[in-house]
Design a protein around this ligand. Structure first.
Ligand code: AMP
Length: 191
């Protein structure tokens, strides 16, 4: 199986690149942000809970997020592999994912981390907010908090994969196709 963690701060281009990668490698795309937003739209209990965190730019608690992610993986037993987009965002999430995948006889192949400087992230998020209607992309204070949360709680997850020799940084600027080519090169080295 090819299991990829697509990593990087909000606005780094994870969703855009994941959409291209699943086509090329025939993988299942699991974006925890997308799953939360679908639950918010469907007005589920999980959606109501997630909304209270997402609206502030805070992380949804690990326990809830991990349970949700595992149940999504279990829905696609025939998958050739996964792109985890926006997950794991904390070290406990990364550990839980490892244990879960190990119990299925598989593992993370590589973490690909998109590197984009902060000014560019803010520019992209505000641009996306105009089209997507995502409230958390329209408010500069929420964006600032999401980037802070990334630095405080999420960036460290890179170390977890680096210790396993699975971390690879990719320049996240220079055009969608150029970034995609770099991601594919890295995948080919790790698969
Ligand atoms: P995203 O679409 O990845 O930018 O995620 C949008 C929001 O969903 C984040 O700001 C968090 O509030 C929440 N979220 C998404 N993924 C996670 C995760 N792995 N852990 C906790 N919260 C998450």
């Amino acid at each position: 199986m090819l299991n990829i963690v697509l990593f990087g701060p909000p606005g780094a281009g994870k969703g855009t690149q994941a959409a291209k990668l699943i086509d090329k490698y025939n993988l299942v795309h699991l974006s925890t942000g997308d799953i939360f937003r679908a639950n918010i739209k469907g007005e589920t209990e999980l959606g109501k809970l997630a909304k209270s965190y997402i609206d502030k730019g805070e992380l949804v608690p690990d326990e809830v997020t991990i349970r949700m992610l595992e149940s999504e993986v279990n829905k696609t037993p025939q998958a050739k592999g996964y792109i985890f987009d926006g997950f794991p965002r904390t070290t406990p999430q990364a550990k839980a994912l490892d244990e879960f995948l190990n119990s299925k006889g598989t593992t993370i192949s590589v973490m690909l981390a998109l590197d984009v400087e902060e000014k560019e992230l803010i520019r992209r998020l505000l641009g996306r907010g105009k089209d997507s209607g995502r409230a958390d992309d329209q408010d500069e204070n929420i964006i600032a908090n999401r980037i802070k949360v990334y630095h405080d709680q999420t960036a460290i997850v890179a170390d977890y994969y680096a210790e396993q020799g699975k971390y690879q940084e990719i320049k996240g600027v220079g055009g969608i196709e150029a970034v995609f080519d770099h991601l594919c090169e890295a995948i080919e080295q790790h698969s």
